[in-house]
Design a protein around this ligand. Structure first.
Ligand code: ASP
Ligand code: MG
Length: 469
């Protein structure tokens, strides 16, 4: 079997965890499987690189040097704790030194110019995965296996130039990935590809959006027609609710691509929202598993499944730190184009809309945005829309959250919404806004942030999600 496996940053953050990751790879190889490895940056490293690029852009030399030193220390310590073989350690040390030098030069240029472009930022962010993959590759070689690490771009992941959130050009990438990776697999060399980054057709480095290493893994799997993708994590898989909020939350065993994507969009940071796209057509199964609980099969994500009647709802998601905006005016009734104007203003200014609802009376449009863009959104809308004939009032609330009920079994099952809102009402929770996607895969609503956890608990109970299916 050909397996593409991705290791998350937490699994690369300590010597013993890296050793565990290598052990897992070795087990598959010993069983006769071919393996392609994708790795994230060591946890927190991407955040530190973002900080470093900010410090650089405002020429805070002292802070900048401190961050670089710490990144250097972190990776060198990992390297020396894991690698026993002297030659391998020597090679790795040289490699890490030259990467650090390159990163330093780049950040220092930004600091001198006081200019950080999206393009230079992507280049800076790509270093996290280069460090981790160099280390992981050496650790695999240290175990006597053959391996070679390369960047996403070198492996063949070609994207458009939407820096920070680049989209892969799938046909071109597919071809290139096959050219690059197949010969290595034929020689029993394990390819190790940096997650999260690719490059434009001209060779400029891009990143695929935060958490993008999952996406890297599925792009590669679909290009090489892999048998399975395994996303190795420290948690057992997708859960019925956030276990920090719901003590009876359990791992979901089987879920469809569509449901899992819905959960990803709705805030569970277990999987990248676009990551499932490349594998859906080829029906390549994706498993999320814990590297520390190999007895647990984790969550299996596959094509549609037979929905058991009990499983109308699969999971309750919860997004914190949301802001709610309400645009209203009695003249909005029957006036086309108001919604278009609202969303164009927000879109042009890079504000992400999480949820939209318009009553059929058309007197208002409500929508939710991430809380940190709320005041910007309100200012822009006031500036552009007030003072005319149509929009009379723009109001907002900043202390709200989104609760989303997700499950393919809701489709065509009457009465689910009634159960949802009855369960919430019985806890005395006031619902501020409601939306249901026309896919009927989710019902989402907004409540005060303080009421969010209570709503999650009530729904988890109502749909008996604690019961193993
Ligand atoms: N290192 C990147 C991030 O932290 C990508 C990833 O973790 O998948 O967002
Ligand atoms: Mg990550």
């Amino acid at each position: 079997m050909l397996i593409v496996m991705k290791f998350g940053g937490a699994l690369l953050s300590k010597p013993e965890k890296i050793k565990r990751s290598v052990e897992i790879i070795k087990n598959y190889v010993n069983k006769g499987d071919k393996v392609i490895v994708v790795a994230s940056a060591v946890s927190k490293v991407t955040d530190e690189l973002i900080k470093a690029s900010k410090e650089a852009s405002s020429s805070n030399w002292e802070n900048l040097k401190k961050i670089i030193n710490e990144l250097e220390k972190l990776h060198f310590n990992l390297a020396k704790d894991i690698i026993q073989n002297k030659n391998i350690l020597e090679d790795l040390t040289l490699e890490l030194k030259s990467l650090i030098e390159e990163l330093k030069e780049t950040l220092f240029s930004v600091a001198r110019l006081k200019e950080l472009t999206p393009r230079s930022k992507d280049f800076i962010l790509s270093f996290g995965e280069k460090f981790s993959c160099a280390i992981l590759c050496a650790a695999i070689k240290n175990e006597g296996l053959k391996a070679k690490w390369m960047t996403g771009g070198e492996a063949g992941i070609i994207t458009n130039d939407e820096f920070g959130n680049a989209k892969p050009l799938l046909d071109l990438s597919s071809q290139k990935l096959n050219w690059k990776l197949t010969p290595l697999l034929n020689e029993n060399i394990i390819p190790i590809v940096t997650g999260f980054n690719g490059c434009t057709p001209e060779g400029v480095v891009t990143t695929l959006g935060r958490g993008g290493s999952d996406y890297t893994a599925t792009i590669i799997a679909s290009a090489l027609k892999a048998d399975e993708v395994v996303l190795w994590k420290e948690v057992n898989g997708l859960m019925t609710a956030d276990p920090k909020i719901e003590s009876k939350a359990r791992t979901i065993r089987v879920i469809s691509y569509a449901e899992a994507s819905e959960i990803a969009y709705f805030g569970a940071k277990i999987i990248h929202p676009r990551a499932l796209k490349p594998v859906i057509k080829a029906e390549i199964p994706v498993r999320i598993r814990s590297a520390f609980n190999l007895d647990d099969p984790g969550t299996l994500i596959i094509k549609e499944q037979k929905i058991k009647p009990k499983e109308i709802v699969k999971a309750i998601s919860f997004i914190k730190e949301v802001g709610l905006i309400n645009v209203s005016g009695s003249e909005m009734v029957g006036t086309p184009g108001v919604a278009a104007r609202v969303f164009k203003i927000l879109g042009d200014n890079g504000i992400n809309i999480l949820m939209i609802s318009q009553g059929s009376s058309e007197v208002n449009i409500s929508f939710a945005v991430p809380r940190d863009s709320l005041s910007k959104a309100v200012n822009l809308l006031e500036l552009n829309l007030l003072g005319g004939e149509t929009v009379k009032e723009i109001s907002s609330e900043s202390d709200v959250c989104i609760v989303a009920v997700v499950g393919a079994g809701m489709k065509g099952t009457p009465g689910v919404a009634a159960r949802v809102f009855k369960a919430v009402a019985e806890k005395g929770i006031n619902v501020r806004m409601i939306a249901q996607g026309s896919s009927e895969l989710n019902i989402s609503f907004i409540v005060k942030e303080a009421d969010g956890p209570k709503a999650v608990n009530a729904l988890h109970e109502e749909f008996k999600l604690y019961e193993e299916s």
